[in-house]
Design a protein around this ligand. Sequence first.
Ligand SMILES: *[C@@H]1O[C@H](CO)[C@@H](O)[C@H](O)[C@H]1NC(C)=O
Length: 131
Amino acid sequence: MLQLLHSLRWLGMLFQAAEILSKEGISAEVINLRSIRPLDRAAINASVRKTNRLVTVEEGFPQHGVGAEICMSVVEDSFEYLDAPVERIAGADVPMPYAANLERLAVPQVEDIVRAAKRACYRSSSMAANA
Ligand SMILES: *[C@@H]1O[C@H](CO)[C@@H](O)[C@H](O)[C@H]1NC(C)=O
């Protein structure tokens, strides 16, 4: 499993998601790209060839985002290794709300990452709803 993150907040969320997934028998590889330019295409390529899956996680808008760029790099470098459609987790396509309860709905959460990873592994997400 390949994941992208931009800050320590995200790193924590990804490791939380990986832990939940591991309890369900799914081993997730978390990659902290640290920079989007240069983009570590070799690391992405190696991970996709190893895991045969890709889940990108970012806080920004989905359209024209980092996840889209990473996905294109995979199409160019290792498309034939993918065993499942790429999953992109991104912020909601709305202006960032000020209210904390609305912000939570606008940015990716651990359960969103778990659900996407399970989709990429063709696993039901019913257990994630209880996580
Ligand atoms: C992707 O990985 C394979 C296997 O290690 C390597 O042969 C290939 O050159 C890599 N491609 C890129 C663009 O990194």
